[in-house]
Ligand binder design. Structure first.
Ligand code: ZN
Length: 362
């Protein structure tokens, strides 16, 4: 697919727009998933509960006060009655009995008055707490309304921003050749459709590309569209598996030029973690196919192939299958070439079972 300079400029603008769009989309997602009232609401409920508790306490106190007051009135009435009796009495034993009772009553009166005073002080402090809590509740309610309003505003403005960016994207797309625009929209369904390669990293998937991938991108003609291997691998599992297969074939093609043959195989040399992982993964193939057939679940093969591709990519990235040019070929290189072949065979057979092509080059 050949692009004009103007088209390339448009695509670069689109890549920047996509970056901006992702940011806004993520922000919008986060906004719609958070309930702004949640924290504020919790505090509001806490204060409300404390307020009701204080009010209940206040009611209990009022009842208590009433009781103490009534007792006090009774004691005072009896004191008045006894005083009257003392004035009227002439019987000395009766008088001493009355005076004794008076003393007891006075003492009781003093106690009740002290109790009442204490109760009134407590009541005042509860009333103060109630006043504070009421004010706090009111301000929390206002805060809650404010926070909710802000959240709604931000949600609305983010949505508008999103719509604006999407409109701009449409406008950009309409100026591109139809085939490019179609490809763009197809890719957009799976993820970020276009990215800028900057300092070896892709702006669409944010991954650093390895030297091989960078070299192959550099080899692409400037007016040609090329794909970020990391982007595609992440977005499209079929591609991910096909790409792994194509890589095994690329290694196979390069082997003779570096004098690596299959004259030796020493499995003891496959001691790297990624090598053991790939070996173990490949060994699962017969069992996975049998089970997929037994349970009539072809997706088991698909999922397995993705795992094989993952293991293969890790092996490819962490182990040197072929030596550097002009370096001596060792047994480990020949052994790794066998492992590379085995991965290629499993990937090709697996893709074949699923009716998907296993390309030699991508
Ligand atoms: Zn990418």
């Amino acid at each position: 697919m050949k692009l004009t300079e103007a088209d390339r400029g448009q695509l670069i603008e689109l890549a920047k727009l996509e970056m901006e769009l992702r940011k806004v989309i993520n922000h919008f997602k986060k906004l719609s998933e958070t309930d702004p009232a949640e924290i504020a609401n919790k505090e509001f409920l806490e204060v409300s509960e404390r307020l009701s508790a204080s009010r209940a306490e206040q009611e209990d106190m009022e009842l208590e006060n009433k009781r103490v007051n009534e007792d006090l009135e009774l004691v005072e009435a009896r004191i008045l009655r006894d005083q009257k009796l003392i004035q009227e009495s002439s019987n000395s034993s009766e008088l001493s009995g009355l005076q004794h009772e008076m003393e007891t009553l006075s003492k009781r009166k003093g106690e009740l008055e002290t109790e009442l005073l204490e109760k009134m002080e407590q009541q005042e402090s509860v009333a103060a707490v109630i006043g504070q809590l009421t004010a706090q509740k009111q301000s929390l309610r206002e805060n809650l309304e404010h926070v909710e309003k802000l959240h709604t505003q931000e949600l609305t403005s983010t949505k508008a921003e999103l719509a604006e960016l999407e409109k701009t994207r449409e406008q950009f797309l309409s100026t591109l050749p139809e085939s490019v625009s179609e490809e763009y929209q197809r890719k957009a369904k799976r993820g970020v459709p276009v990215g800028i390669l900057e300092s070896g990293a892709c702006s669409a998937c944010h991954l650093n590309l390895n030297a091989t991938d960078l070299a192959s991108i550099r080899a692409t003609a400037i007016d040609d569209l090329t794909n970020c291997p990391e982007c595609r691998t992440n977005d499209n599992p079929v591609f991910y598996v096909q790409y792994a297969h194509a890589r095994t074939k690329q290694v196979d093609r390069n082997a003779p030029t570096l004098d690596v043959d299959r004259s030796e195989f020493d499995p003891a040399l496959l001691s790297e973690p990624s090598e053991s992982e790939l070996l173990a993964k490949l060994a699962e193939f017969p069992r996975v196919v049998t089970q997929a057939a037994e349970f009539r679940e072809p997706h088991r093969v698909a999922r397995y192939l993705e795992e094989v591709a993952g293991s293969y990519h890790r092996f490819y990235d962490s182990c040197r299958i072929l030596p550097l040019p002009a370096r001596e070929v060792e047994t480990v290189h020949r052994t790794r070439l066998w492992l590379n072949d085995a991965a290629g065979v499993v990937l090709a057979n697996g893709l074949g079972l699923l009716g998907v092509s296993a390309p030699e080059r991508m």
